[in-house]
Design a protein around this ligand. Sequence first.
Ligand code: PHE
Ligand code: NA
Length: 493
Amino acid sequence: MKREQWGTRAGFILAAVGSAIGLGNIWRFPYMAYENGGGAFFIPYLFAMLTAGIPFMIMEFSLGHKLRGAAPRAFSKLGVRLEWLGWFQVFIASVIAVYYVAVIGWAISYLGFAFTQSWGSDTNAFFFSEYLKLGDNSPSNLGGLQLHIAIPMVIAWGITFAAIFTGVKGGIERANKIMMPLLFLMVLALIARVIFLDGALDGLNYLFQPDFSKILDAKVWSAAYGQIFFTLSVGFAIMIAYSSYLPEKSDINNNAFMTVLINCGFSMVAGILIFSVLGYMAQEQAKPLTEVVSAGVGLAFVTIPAAINLLPAPYILGPVFFLALVVAGLSSHISIIEAVTSAIIDKLKWSRKKAASVVCGVGFVVSMAFATNGGLLLLDLVDYFINNVALLASCLIELLVIGWLLKVSDIRSYVNSISEFTIGKWFEICIRFVSPIMLAIILGTNLTNTFNNGYGGYAMSDLLMLGWGLVAAMFVIAVIINVASKPLDKKEG
Ligand code: PHE
Ligand code: NA
């Protein structure tokens, strides 16, 4: 059977952008920028984007396009002993997929609450006690299934399943062609309103006011690099799968630049949106901005609801904000499930419909672990190990394989032969030297820190089993598949 293909170039770019723009852009980026020196964070961030983000995107687009397979097939075509790296990436994608969908579920619930602000005035107590019903739990003591969280997750799975089941062009591309313009419109409409609120500009000053002392802090660089891979969806099987459906005539360089720049531009816009709202909130409550901000998940589900309470027409702005969050999350979830599905289609020669059903069915069941009282804690722990250990290791190995085992100049001549503008020698320098050196330092630091200090105060047994153990199991199983199974068929599927 011939491999499926995107219908149009714009369709591919919207899908790639749909994957890249996700929950990470809306709640993670603004908070990271704020924490890591405000305006000064943009220097390491832009450096990471140029030296790691863009080269990595070009590299993954070229792998998918040239080798015509999801990650396992693409890597096995580079060398039969490399198939495991593809599976390791598919496992990273699978793990992210099952917890990410929980956050989408929360966002769907909050979309409902937003119409009447039924989260009340104490949004912190509401989120943790009333909504999540987090009690005396831990990542390994999850409590019971919470139907009111499970049901919105079913809705999210339903939408993802419909897109994947229907296929690349009719399902994924069509979904993104609706979702992405809708997302841009909603975010622009929100900004147009909130930027004129009292205090909004103070919020922006806060975000963009550079704290240059932070630039010398290794943590800030680590945060910037970590964020770049996650935000661009590279290193975990997604962009290789998406680009394996590109038609033969495709401008790789141009597509890669567009995807990266649109994603990072969107992050800036989201930062502006969030900080305008926070500035307004600080002004309304006559508090310093540092006192109204909360971290990570809390930003979207505690601080923003509290800010919405204070906004003019909260019953409009609130639902629009949470719908934007849902749409951004769903288009990413679709991409991550496709990365897994297409790997299975390649390997087992299943039909798309069968593979999509099994992947979504199993994924749904596993994801229910996050719809429990302790779901947030499990999510927090797993997310930490996936992002700070597994994903960075995967990216580093991919760079070393491409840059040192194989000939990276081949990739450069390949993309330059099919793209309108060409890329220079800097591409090879970034792939072989700059990015791997930065990544090796960051990964090394993360490993020692986590090894010595643990993370988040979780019990040693939880860290061993759900953190280190999970990552090790993913690696071992990937290697076993590589060694024990029949090598992937080289023909396109
Ligand atoms: N790029 C996404 C983001 O910034 C990360 C992601 C992609 C997560 C795909 C899940 C699935 O949120
Ligand atoms: Na992103």
